[in-house]
Design a binder for this molecule. Structure first.
Ligand code: BTN
Length: 271
């Protein structure tokens, strides 16, 4: 059942210090990321959040579409202006971890992160993050973090390339999106501060939440499976992937085209 997002209810529940205090609700938009991209940086407040009930051209990673039913899910974007130039991959992963941590409160099933920025439960994708940055020299002038969470949607299009799940499907319950968003923003604000402080617990916590952490995995680059097996050690303080090859040499990858193939996934699925 589609419902209009209640901005007042959300604002009453929000207990952040700065994130989402500047909040804009849109009934319909092409994409919340695209909407914020068009706003000049000087008119954009650090911590502004835009949420739309209906995205007509929702975008995912790798030029894919992000299509969800209007009024049933969360589709929103945060505008951040960090002073820190490096470690943006870790920031994206921190937001994915925040979503996973909050969803975890509503179910006993494990919510895990899939490199580089998806959230999975029962081997199905329940949420995704799309980060887009513009730079002024070496400094990011605006970082837009778009987040889509499948909340109350009961059915997904059978043609979806990636198998999708919603919180409703895995719990059998309906959720108040306003409360969920308020909780997610509180957790993101806290992890953002840890990221700013270069708290080493962040990348350790992210590593533990990554699918395949500690396992022998395979890698694919641009959908081509790489020779050999790798021991997956998680991510470092920049959010780069850490693996040991079969000779126990340490390799680091930051390329977003890299995919991790765990034991449970067939290689044909990846190709
Ligand atoms: C992915 O997993 O491919 C990332 C999905 C990101 C979807 C969100 S929904 C809000 C924001 N606006 C968009 O157009 N995309 C992101």
């Amino acid at each position: 059942m589609s419902q209009v997002f209640n901005k007042e209810l959300f604002q009453n529940k929000l207990s952040t210090r700065w994130l989402g205090k500047d909040f804009e609700y849109l009934k319909k938009v092409d994409s919340t990321n695209s909407y914020l991209k068009k706003i000049p940086v000087e008119q954009l407040n650090h911590g502004m959040v835009v949420l739309a009930d209906n995205q007509e051209k929702g975008r995912g990673q790798h030029q894919k579409e992000w299509v969800t039913k209007p009024g049933e899910n969360l589709t929103f974007t945060l505008a951040l202006k960090p002073d820190r130039a490096e470690g943006l991959t870790l920031l994206t992963l921190s937001c994915a971890l925040a979503v996973a941590n909050v969803l975890q409160k509503y179910s006993d099933k494990s919510f895990l992160l899939k490199w580089p920025n998806d959230i999975y439960v029962d081997r199905k994708k329940i949420a995704g993050v799309l980060t887009e940055c513009s730079f002024l020299g070496p400094k990011p002038e605006k970082v837009l973090i778009g987040i889509g969470v499948n909340v109350n949607q009961e059915e997904f299009n059978a043609n979806d390339v990636e198998q999708a799940a919603s919180l409703n499907q895995i719990t059998g319950k309906k959720f108040e999106r306003e409360e969920l968003l308020a909780n997610i923003l509180v957790r993101i604000e806290s992890l953002y501060q840890s990221w700013v402080n270069r708290d080493t617990n962040v990348h350790r916590e992210i590593s533990r939440a990554l699918i395949g952490f500690g396992d022998w995995i395979r890698l694919s680059v641009d959908n081509e499976v790489v020779e050999g097996r790798y021991k997956f050690l998680g991510v470092n303080e920049k959010g780069e992937l850490l693996v040991l090859n079969e000779k126990l040499e340490l390799n680091t990858y930051s390329h977003e085209q890299i995919r991790i193939i765990t034991g449970s996934e067939s290689i044909s699925k990846v190709r």
